[in-house]
Design a protein around this ligand. Structure first.
Ligand code: ATR
Length: 271
């Protein structure tokens, strides 16, 4: 008799999540029978809804916006990574314990490695100081960049994040968006939600040269507004965040199923 393991991604809104498609592709690759749904959960019903899902036999849950910090508060056993970034995107049960990990940062690093984009001893600029920036900074720092500079519209938010991460191996440099940059970044990562919100994004002057890598955590079928802007400013090497999405999903899949899926999925298969 075959046994179908049940999984879901929870968030609000959730209907556009690509996780069900990605996980089903992984399961097919590996000959596993799984179900994977997208379930909308209200933040104020987080605990009761998640408890019920595990009672109903769900084996693992992915957690997305705006529930990642609630999942951090809820879990009993946190990985080193989720403890560092105080965020959780993967939940599962071991005995009576709810275990948790955050695979976003590692997913980004794996995607950068696959694309042969170096971090070690490089000047990294992160635009945005919200939840997405918070989730990736510890993983980037672990790779020993020359420096991480955080640019944000609201400078106090960037300062708060830098203070929160003051214990990491080197200090985060803070800049406002309205600045003439006096150094050349090797890699610029956009974590702002400006593109998704269809808003203009102010960026520092001289942010890009034609040698700079531009990486957008957002993704879309066509070029994202940030990638378009970077290319208009002379950038030759630019990627959106679909690779990070696939890699973070693969890491969750591996935690739950103890099998490592192949991440070479083309964008057209899922978008
Ligand atoms: P997420 O969890 O996706 O990171 P968030 O925590 O709401 O979302 O953070 C959104 C980030 O995008 C913030 O850094 C925000 O800047 P502010 O702190 O100044 O609000 C940034 N952001 C959103 N819209 C922006 C815009 N139009 N221009 C510049 N930054 C923007």
């Amino acid at each position: 008799m075959s046994f179908t393991k049940k999984f879901a991604v929870i968030g609000q809104p959730i209907e556009h999540s690509l996780s069900p498609k990605i996980h089903k592709i992984f399961a097919e690759q590996l000959g596993l029978e799984i179900s994977y749904e997208a379930i909308c959960i209200e933040p104020n019903e987080f605990e009761s809804s998640v408890r019920k899902l595990f009672e109903d036999g769900y084996y693992g849950l992915n957690v997305t916006l705006p529930l990642k910090e609630l999942a951090f508060e809820y879990a009993n056993q946190l990985s080193e990574q989720s403890n560092l970034c105080r965020s959780v995107n993967t939940l599962w049960k071991e005995g009576s314990y709810i275990c948790a990990d955050s695979t976003d940062g590692k997913g980004l690093i794996q995607d950068l490695n696959n694309k042969e984009i170096e971090i070690n001893n490089k000047e990294i600029v992160i635009l945005g100081a919200g939840g997405s920036a918070k989730a990736i900074i510890p993983s980037l720092m672990k790779e020993n960049p020359k420096r991480i500079t955080l640019g944000n519209r609201t400078i106090s938010k960037a300062e708060m994040l830098a203070t929160e991460y003051a214990h990491l191996n080197s200090a985060i440099n803070i800049i406002p968006m309205s600045i003439d940059l006096d150094f050349q970044p090797d890699l610029v990562i956009n974590t702002t939600s400006a593109g998704v919100l269809d808003q203009d994004l102010e960026i520092p002057n001289n942010l890009f040269t034609k040698e700079t890598y531009a990486y957008d955590l957002s993704y879309s079928k066509s070029e994202t507004p940030f990638i378009q802007m970077a290319k208009n400013l002379g950038v030759k090497k630019a990627h959106d965040g679909i690779g990070m999405l696939i890699n973070q999903a693969a890491l969750s899949f591996a935690i739950w199923n103890k099998l490592i899926p192949q991440t070479g999925i083309s964008k057209s298969e899922i978008l």
